[in-house]
Design a protein around this ligand. Structure first.
Ligand SMILES: C[S@@+](CC[C@H](N)C(=O)[O-])C[C@H]1O[C@@H](n2cnc3c(N)ncnc32)[C@H](O)[C@@H]1O
Length: 240
């Protein structure tokens, strides 16, 4: 989006309905945030730091490795697990909830993984600056369910998120979605394919390399049933 008189993109208006802060951070978590977060930046993502919305240099970030993306990593357990299991890739995680970011940083220190980058904010800002066709795999694990019908348009599985996701994903790249909400499965099956993805699998059994997340553990304790959906980015040009 550019304004009439210059080529500088205008800051888009984006509502964010989630939480950015939770309970008071422990001293150790404050230390992780102040000491580790800046070095894990994927580059300038936010509007103030990158008003021109210049695409990130992912080759420089990860030395030319394939790049994966985890949207809303929560406490970061799945992201760190995948990074440790796949040293041949670089993983960018994004999460606006700062307590979750602090938890991730603790896990990164403990696991000693180096093939990770963190955007402590909204994935839509990250999409703006990811190059076309740059992401080889994406994870959307237990996205916010927004159960009320009038809030369904806030869900990730809407064109506002899926169109830029399709743009940044490589042709043939895998997109994994996990959810415990049957109506979220319905909306995912309705909305994801027209954005430029084929459904590959819908299952009650997790992927072979899965690590159960905090949110999934809570869902299981409360008697809800996980659904695992696998899509592949089609060859056709995405709609967005
Ligand atoms: C229900 S939690 C699940 C967290 C984690 N994936 C898990 O399975 O435990 C959904 C997460 O998505 C994050 N989220 C919501 N909107 C987001 C956005 N626009 N960009 C990135 N993350 C977002 C929330 O902050 C929250 O941590």
């Amino acid at each position: 989006m550019t304004d009439e008189h210059s080529k500088t993109p205008q800051r888009p208006w984006r509502n964010f309905y989630g939480r950015r802060h939770g309970k008071t951070l422990r001293d150790s978590q404050r230390e992780y945030l102040s000491e580790d977060l800046a070095a894990l930046s994927p580059g300038p993502v936010d509007f103030d730091a990158n008003p021109e919305r210049t695409p990130l240099d992912l080759d420089a970030l990860f030395g030319g490795k394939p790049v994966w993306l985890e949207v809303g990593f929560g406490g970061g357990e799945h992201m760190v697990h995948m990074a440790a299991l796949n040293p041949q890739v670089g993983i960018i995680g994004c999460e606006p909830f700062i307590n979750g970011v602090a938890m991730l940083l603790g896990k990164i220190r403990a696991a000693g993984v180096e093939n990770v980058a963190v955007h402590p904010g909204d994935v839509r800002d990250l999409f703006d600056v990811l190059p076309d066709g740059s992401i080889s795999k994406a994870f959307l694990l237990y996205p916010d369910p927004w159960p009320k019908a009038r809030h369904h348009r806030r869900r990730f599985v809407t064109p506002e998120h899926l169109d830029p996701l399709a743009r940044v994903m490589k042709e043939g790249a895998e997109f994994r979605v996990a959810t415990d909400i049957p109506d979220y499965v319905r909306q995912t099956l309705e909305e994801v394919p027209p954005a430029g993805f084929d459904l590959v699998a819908e299952s009650g059994t997790a992927w072979d390399d899965w690590l159960s997340t905090r949110y999934e553990q809570k869902a299981l304790r409360e008697g809800r049933v996980p659904h695992y959906l696998t899509f592949r980015r089609t060859a056709a040009a995405p709609r967005g």
